[in-house]
Design a protein around this ligand. Structure first.
Ligand code: CA
Length: 257
């Protein structure tokens, strides 16, 4: 049995309760749709539990599967934004899970996680369609950084050019244009804009923006994000690109019609 329902229980938001009754629906509605879904396939219960907790704490919706056969069934039935896949698994090994996943045409990013550090295994995994590879033991911050990078790449379809109506952002060249004209943006304004564009139509909270902009140990002033968003609005709104504030939740780049 895959306990999918239990694992999707939302974690409490620190800002919840600020909104009025009318906003309550929005809080629950957006909280459910904005979470990125990750499937962890790992048979070591201690590692699986640690990963699950850590990723849930970072506001991902996490499901966990402990053998290859079950993972294969779950992946055939559900959509995820990322799969973290161990290689040595009971019933069906990670290579076979990956082979079947790609044979079905699924493009979900896969981060292979394994105790095997042999070059041959790494090459085989990448040949079968893995997107990244991490050898145990690893640090959690390292894993989370790779998770974020893979999800971002997956959402932009592997391309470095994001577009939104008249707005275009080249994530590798770090430049943005509006109606073809170069936009003057600071590095952090560009960072905020990139996250909003990657998740356009979804709410992004301040913590998520701060995580993208600052290092693990940096303290972020509580109104820094507001300042960047304010500056972006002044530059974007004349062209009809709207960043909405969802009170108590975060910001939303409105879908272009
Ligand atoms: Ca294993």
């Amino acid at each position: 049995m895959v306990d999918v329902a239990r694992s999707l229980t939302p974690s409490p938001s620190p800002e919840e309760g600020e909104g009025n009754v009318e906003r309550k629906w929005s809080v629950n509605h957006f909280r459910n749709i904005q979470k990125m879904r990750i499937l962890i396939v790992e048979d070591d219960p201690v590692l699986a539990d640690g990963l699950t907790r850590s990723l849930r704490h970072s506001d991902f919706a996490v499901d966990c599967s402990q053998d290859g056969e079950q993972a294969d069934l779950v992946l055939a039935a559900q959509n995820y934004d990322l799969v973290i896949l161990d290689l040595g698994l009971p019933k069906l090994d990670g290579f076979e899970v990956l082979r079947r996943l790609r044979r079905r045409g699924a493009t979900v990013p896969v981060l292979v996680l394994s105790a095997r550090d042999a070059l041959a295994d790494r090459v085989k995994g990448l040949d079968l369609g893995a997107d990244d590879y991490l050898t145990k033991p690893f640090d959690l911050p390292e894993l989370e950084a790779r998770v974020r990078a893979l999800i971002r790449r997956g959402q932009s379809g592997g391309s470095s050019l994001l577009t939104h109506g008249p707005l275009a952002l080249d994530t590798s060249g770090r430049r943005a244009t509006l109606d073809g004209a170069q936009l003057e943006l600071s590095a952090r304004e560009l960072g905020v804009l990139e996250v909003l564009m990657l998740r356009s139509g979804r709410v992004v909270n301040k913590e998520q923006l701060a995580e993208q902009l600052y290092g693990w140990d940096e303290e972020v002033g509580s109104n820094a994000i507001e300042v960047y968003v304010h500056r972006l609005r002044k530059k974007l709104e004349p062209a009809g690109v709207v960043i909405r504030t969802i009170r108590g939740l975060g910001y939303l780049l409105e879908k272009d019609s």
